[in-house]
Design a protein around this ligand. Sequence first.
Ligand SMILES: [Zn+2]
Length: 336
Amino acid sequence: MLRLDHGIGHTFGHEFVGVVHEVGPSVQHLKVGDKVMVPSNIFCGTCYFCARGLYSNSHNVNPNATAVGSIYGYSHTTGGYDGGQAEFVRVPFADVGPSLIPDWMSEDDAALLTDAVATGYFGAQLGDIVEGDVVVVLGAGPVGLFAAKSAWLMGAGRVIVIDHLDYRLAKARDFAHAETYNFAEHDDIVVLLKRLTEGLGADAVIDAVGAEADGNLLQHVTSAKLKMQGGSPVALNWAIDAARKGGTVSVVGAYGPLFSAVKFGDALNKGLTLRMNQCPVKRQWPRLFEHVRNGYLNPSEIITHRIPLEHIAEGYHMFSAKLDDCIKPIIVNDAA
Ligand SMILES: [Zn+2]
């Protein structure tokens, strides 16, 4: 669970597509009936940061804007905006964020492009991948799967995915053509990764896990095995340890504003480059649209379940308990 301040009554959901039901008086580019995809970030399009493509760091959309931009349905820390897991959602700056779903694109692909695909691709971008690089992706959830797939598009020579759920690792092999290892089956995943890379470590390690793993198997397994202290972002410290000297650690996993015992001295002594941000989703769309249109990325292949909005509680249970080989459920509003 991400320990942020969601508050009672807050509606989740930062990946959504829909049909425009009503427009505000200053909206010029959208009309009622348009089918749109809405990027997970809310951004103004005109501030210092938006002018530089840093849409996830927009300065005009959140009282906490000096620290964080805004995301739909993602806590009051990120602006307190209600999200898309509902019949209706308010979309501010409607001329800036949303795009019409292209005729040739499925709604499923469009929904996944509003965060997971873009964030995975961004994770690979932040890895500064050059031709032939060994890339390790920690976490085989949707973002990790898209990061692994994107690493190949950027010229990686070898892509290794680490997780503890065999069905997710199977997906990483089938969908992203990655080499996979289950960390629960190895005493020390860092030692294994060093052994696999001639003792050097990986050129780039992408953390697609984050600290939300608080209380999940990752922390139970690793706290027992590695005696890591509470609050340690396990995946991030693995990333620092598994990167070669001079390598890059890319962080797109979810971290809240919590204390984190990061091995910063090791990162310094190894001369690592640490890169991270919330993904500026819409900035990725022009080339991601081409990758989808041309078949290099097939986002909807990772969808495992379609859950009616009225059964969303059961969907959350299935997702959080990782039941029924759940990787990516889509919530469908049949009433719409
Ligand atoms: Zn802005």
